[in-house]
Design a protein around this ligand. Structure first.
Ligand SMILES: *Cc1c(COP(=O)(O)O)cnc(C)c1O
Length: 385
């Protein structure tokens, strides 16, 4: 029996004092959203209603892009992008094994084979290893801007141009992140974003959106998300049903006003933790770069080995700090990947990160006192061990 494991997970996460989940604080002013939703009820424009257009226009303005389409989830944004590129059975998509399940799920449900390239020490794709994996069947390169740090896009764009292979960015962690002053999601043919409740810009359920470069691809995605319909009675292509609910667009539009603050407080908290943890010799921080504005969807650091990591993790959990591992098993070693015949040792950097990484909550509702508690708890662990 496969059970819904989330209710138990939610109950467990509630017991922490310093939490990753901040939704009750974030939506204290939910009445403002409810008032907007009341209007949706009055007009009953539940699917692709007015608020969805407003949301798309808001994102266009913020990212200074021409084509934005709201869809049912971040996973759908990725899957539709790949489908839109006419990917078919047997085609290959290059990405990393250090990502969330959805990246690979989208590639596989689009009909392609995921081809992995190891990551660098900063958890992002190792651009020096991409070219070796390109074959005649490679139909897309799918970089993941892990934790809100943009990949080395100069190099990836060069490879994309040289081989004429389109880029689909997994920017689900990276709204407002920048690389040399350019926003995440605006490099590739498609930039894919998620609105999941625990993403930096979030709603009350599932949703996502895409930034699209070309008008022709934009038109196709507009069709694909709504059955391929051009009007009530005309079906141009057979498509999907992947739409952002109007009610959810109300939530997204409400939060968009706070996005800058959401982002800046994550950056501020992360800089503070960086500075304090840099004084602890057992801790390895991620390398930061002046050219890259990270938005810290996750704040991660590493320790020497798995034993220390698990020891520190348990220590923090005992102190009711919601330290987590994002994620303990890389994609190529998941049971779902068995048919690709990867084995331990194939992607040593990704595997090592999985064994040594820890994430701390740094969102806007973690205060200075809580940051200091986390830092002193980590320091305390290394003093004792
Ligand atoms: C959340 C996430 C997705 C999928 O987004 P959903 O909206 O949950 O479908 C894809 N890739 C990454 C890296 C993510 O973190």
């Amino acid at each position: 029996m496969i059970k819904n494991f989330l209710p138990k997970q939610y109950a467990k996460d509630k017991k922490f004092i310093i939490k990753h989940n901040y939704l009750s604080e974030q939506f204290k002013d939910y009445n403002l959203i409810i008032n907007k939703i009341k209007k949706v009820i009055k007009y009953n424009d539940y699917t692709l209603g007015k608020e969805v257009n407003i949301f798309e226009n808001n994102i266009k303005k913020i990212l200074n892009q021409k084509y934005v389409v709201a869809v049912g989830s971040g996973t759908d944004a990725l899957m539709l992008s790949l489908k839109c590129l006419n990917i078919k059975e047997g085609d290959e998509v290059i990405t990393t094994p250090y990502t969330f399940y959805a990246t690979i799920g989208a590639i596989v449900t689009a009909g392609a084979k995921p081809v992995f390239v190891d990551v660098r020490e900063d958890y992002n794709i190792d651009v020096t290893k991409i070219e070796k994996k390109i074959t005649k069947k490679t139909k897309a390169i799918l970089p993941v801007h892990w934790s809100g740090k943009i990949c080395d896009m100069d190099e990836i764009m060069k490879i994309s141009k040289k081989y004429n292979i389109p880029i689909v960015e997994d920017a689900c962690h990276a709204i407002l992140a920048k690389y040399k002053n350019r926003y995440a999601g605006t490099f590739g043919e498609f930039g894919c974003f998620s609105l999941h409740p625990l993403k930096n810009l979030n709603i009350w359920g599932d949703g996502g959106y895409l930034v699209i470069k070309k008008k022709s691809l934009y038109k196709k995605i507009m069709l694909m998300r709504n059955h391929g319909l051009v009007g009530r009675n005309k079906n141009l292509i057979f498509g999907y049903n992947s739409r952002l609910d109007t009610i959810q667009a109300c939530v997204a539009n409400h939060l968009l006003k706070k996005l800058k603050n959401i982002t800046e407080s994550r950056i501020k908290n992360s800089n503070f933790v960086d500075q304090k943890l840099s004084l602890i010799k057992e801790i390895q921080l991620k390398q930061r770069s002046k050219n890259i504005k990270e938005v810290f969807h996750l704040y991660e650091f590493r320790v020497k080995n798995k034993k220390i990591r698990n020891g520190l993790l348990n220590h923090l959990i005992k102190k009711k700090i919601d330290a987590k591992i994002h994620y303990p098993i890389p994609m190529h070693l998941q049971p779902a990947a068995r048919e690709y015949n990867y084995k331990k040792g194939d992607f040593p950097v990704a595997e090592n990160i999985s064994n040594t990484t820890i994430s701390l909550p740094v969102h806007e509702f973690v205060n200075k006192k809580q940051l200091n508690i986390m830092i002193s708890s980590i320091r305390g662990y290394f003093e004792k061990n």
